[in-house]
Design a protein around this ligand. Structure first.
Ligand code: BMP
Length: 221
């Protein structure tokens, strides 16, 4: 399923409780462009639970692309198998680490549409991955559908956009990690990945609608 730019919000689903997670997806699905499913959900409920999200959304005519956030970082042969299994489990896209090198990224890209993590949002990312962000982006440019870039580092997003051209940039770090909704898009990202600020809200629809407004205002600045 294709990733289309509408609200430009990707819902980061890191809830462990399956019923709550699936309900949250159904509730906000009219206001999001994709769902990024992370380890907390998959390790708790099994990878086949991704199909349950898909089925629920299909039933309600609200299907969205699924991004499996497995941050794949194994040797090429095993990374390829992980990506294949993610696709067999219903993922439309798979997130892969770039720091492990080009052979891993290339192997994954043969079996899945991948996003490559080029840098990370947490401050300690400076210790290792951030030092190689531009080199990782060069690898992603050759093999990936897109990249993951930190909304907490707008200058890095600007630089990454120059390297990767038209490829898709998805950016986490909004609200709960300090970045303002819309700031990453203004810096060159295509989508903003948002989890806790939506799924921890008592009224999730209200929360996502407010974020949409904040993004609109930021983009109009
Ligand atoms: P939240 O909006 O709750 O902070 O969630 C952010 C999501 O993005 C989480 O699923 C996290 O695993 C992911 N993420 C991140 O926060 N920083 C990164 O550098 C890379 C990520 O994938």
């Amino acid at each position: 399923m294709r990733l289309e730019k509408k609200s430009r919000i990707i819902f980061a689903l890191d809830l462990k409780d399956k019923e709550k997670a699936i309900k949250a997806c159904a509730e906000v699905s009219d206001y999001i462009d994709a769902i990024k499913v992370g380890y907390p959900f998959v390790l708790k409920n099994g990878v086949n639970a991704i199909w349950e999200i898909k089925e629920k959304l299909e039933e309600e005519n609200k299907s969205k692309p699924i991004i499996a956030d497995f941050k794949v970082a194994d040797i090429p042969e095993i990374s390829r198998v992980i990506c294949e299994e993610a696709v067999n489990s219903g993922a439309d896209y798979v997130i892969v680490h770039g720091f492990v090198g080009e052979s891993v990224v290339a192997a994954c890209s043969e079996v899945a549409k991948i996003f490559v993590v080029c840098d990370m949002t947490h401050s300690n990312s400076e210790q290792f991955i951030s030092r190689h962000v531009l080199e990782i982006a060069e690898i992603a440019k050759k093999h990936a559908f897109g990249i993951v870039a930190p909304a907490t580092k707008e200058k890095i997003i600007k630089n990454l956009r120059k390297i990767i051209g038209e490829k898709t940039i998805i950016s986490p770090g909004i609200k709960a990690q300090g970045a303002k909704p819309g700031a990453a898009i203004n810096a060159g990202a295509d989508f903003e990945i948002i989890g806790r600020a939506i799924y921890n809200a008592r009224d999730k629809v209200k929360a996502v609608k407010e974020i949409m407004e904040e993004i609109k205002k930021e983009l109009a600045r």
